[in-house]
Ligand binder design. Structure first.
Ligand code: AHR
Length: 516
């Protein structure tokens, strides 16, 4: 009787499927690499309403609950998200930022004009202490992006001393005067940003020398963690950039190389964030999935010079970029966030997980109110975007062991004679032995059946969560903040060493498999 019911369930399951079956082999006992929690990193720039009127509303704000000027609702949301690492203060802004103007009594700080983003005047109210205290509050590692383009070697050397030196020194004493006794022990440092562009329009050959100079004078003051210096990296497929950095910078001066890649359909008209066609969606996903190629090829170059994989690839800017929302400041890069962004997030994070041997940091751009934000705010209201929910569903992979997978007969998402892989997947086993499998179906129309062949563990209990919606353009709004939230998922059948899953169109699923 039991097998008859199972038979009919299988028939029903097959009938509902419209796409071809994808088979994924999962070798659960073959893991070698750890998925660094910093792959689940974020980026907060002085840009538009990310810092000011986003994260930071000022100590005097009586209307919105805050801690030292930082919104409590944002603190709680970022804590729950388990942000691995947070990059600040830019971006292009970093190479114009002079950190000494942002410490000490707030009423005595000089103003600055944010020349990159909207030409607005900032009062330097949010500075080093505010950022590093925020990181402590949310439990994230800070990642400071240093000013190489318009700063000095000494300015950076002083910044390192200010935040990391525990003894007596000019900068550590100044930090104490400004109210902070113990150093913050900042490990991650970016040495400039986009040096091929807003960081100074340099050739990589020139920058490699500048990098060595800056990196040499970054003293390791801390007893606990060694400095992790990240060189400003290539954009997209500029493989020459990575080749020269890896060739010219000695191993003792570098711990990471950056890479930036945005999913943009056309830089001269990026399309609307919400009101987009299927053609535009397809093109966005085509761009987003190029991350696989970029990460593979940059990693291959790094393998040549660093076969032991000591140097990390840090994708410290990534995400979808559309036209700025109408009626908002064009320099502020505010955009809504739909199911399309959930697809970008799910598929990209699977790519990063699967390249955990080399990709050990990634920072989605950006945290609040800018580009592919995880949080949007409007006065006292705050919403969590579909991207937030994907990143939260995926945080189970943080610091877990990557499980190797092989995809066969992968279903295609087809449009106008072109095809993209419809299904993406990654898997890991955490410290308690639970395996997590994250699956994405980017197909705008077809549900796809996936057969997971799981070897090397005894499966005990399976549960799942899913993010999906009726339309690709659906999003959370200030009037409907919970239109898209994760739901429990049970569209799967468990057999001997296999799990059959049905993925509905444009959905993200995370399965948790307890093992014995
Ligand atoms: O994230 C917005 C901008 O994009 C950053 O400031 C810059 O680094 C990149 O070009």
């Amino acid at each position: 009787m039991k097998s008859l019911i199972l038979f009919f369930l299988c028939i029903l399951f097959q009938l509902r499927s419209t796409g071809q079956e994808t088979t994924i082999y999962i070798n659960a006992d073959q893991g070698r690499y750890t998925i660094d929690k910093n792959i689940y990193g974020h980026f907060a720039e002085h840009l538009g309403r990310c810092i000011y009127d986003g994260i930071y509303i000022g100590e005097d704000n009586q209307r919105i609950p805050n801690t030292n000027g930082i919104r409590n609702d944002i603190i709680n949301a970022l804590k729950e998200l388990r942000v691995g690492v947070l990059r600040w203060p830019g971006g292009c802004f970093a190479d114009t930022y002079h950190w000494k103007d942002g410490v000490g009594p707030k009423d005595q700080r000089p103003t600055l004009v944010n020349q990159w983003w909207g030409g607005v005047t900032e009062d330097n109210g949010f500075g080093t202490h505010d950022f590093l205290n925020l990181c402590e509050m949310i439990g994230a590692e800070p990642y400071l992006a240093a000013n190489v383009g318009s700063g000095t070697v000494r300015e950076l050397a002083d910044w390192v001393q200010y935040v990391n030196h525990d003894g007596t020194s000019p900068m550590a004493d100044w930090r104490r005067e400004n109210g902070r006794e113990k150093p913050w022990d900042v490990k991650y440092w970016g040495v400039g940003n986009e040096m091929w562009g807003c960081g100074g329009h340099m050739t990589v050959e020139y920058y490699a020398n500048i990098y060595k100079q800056y990196a040499t004078f970054m003293t390791d003051w801390s007893n606990t963690s060694k400095l992790f210096r990240i060189a400003s990296g290539a954009t997209g497929n500029d493989y020459h950039w990575t080749e020269v950095l890896m060739r010219d910078v000695p191993r003792n001066l570098i711990e990471g190389v950056a890479l930036h890649s945005y999913a943009v359909i056309d830089w001269s008209n990026k399309g609307d964030a919400v009101d987009f066609s299927e053609g535009q969606y397809f093109r966005t996903m085509t761009e987003a999935l190029k991350m696989e190629e970029y990460v593979t090829r940059h990693s291959t170059i790094m393998d040549k010079y660093d076969p032991e994989k000591k140097i990390a690839l840090a994708v410290d800017e990534w995400g979808g970029w559309y036209n700025v929302e109408e009626g908002t400041n064009p320099g502020f890069l505010y955009q809504q966030n739909t199911m399309r962004d959930a697809m970008i997030a799910g598929a990209t994070l699977n790519i990063f997980n699967n390249h955990a041997d080399r990709v050990r940091m990634a920072n989605i751009a950006q945290t609040v109110n800018v580009l592919q934000a995880v949080i949007l705010t409007k006065e006292e209201k705050m919403i969590l975007t579909p991207t937030y929910h994907v990143m939260k569903m995926y945080n189970v992979h943080q610091d877990a062991t990557l499980v190797p997978i092989e995809v066969f007969d992968g279903a295609k998402y087809e449009l106008e004679g072109k095809g993209l892989p419809a299904i993406s997947c990654s898997a890991s086993i955490d410290g308690s032995g639970t395996m997590h499998i994250s699956l994405v179906n980017i197909d705008a129309h077809n549900a796809h059946p996936v057969k997971l062949l799981i070897r090397g563990i005894e499966m005990e209990k399976i549960s799942g969560s899913m993010l999906g919606s009726e339309n690709l353009q659906d999003h959370n709004s200030f009037d409907q903040p919970d239109k898209i939230v994760p739901q429990s998922f049970n569209d799967f059948e468990v057999g001997d060493e296999e799990v059959q899953v049905m993925l509905r169109p444009f959905s993200v699923v995370v399965l948790s498999i307890e093992t014995t």
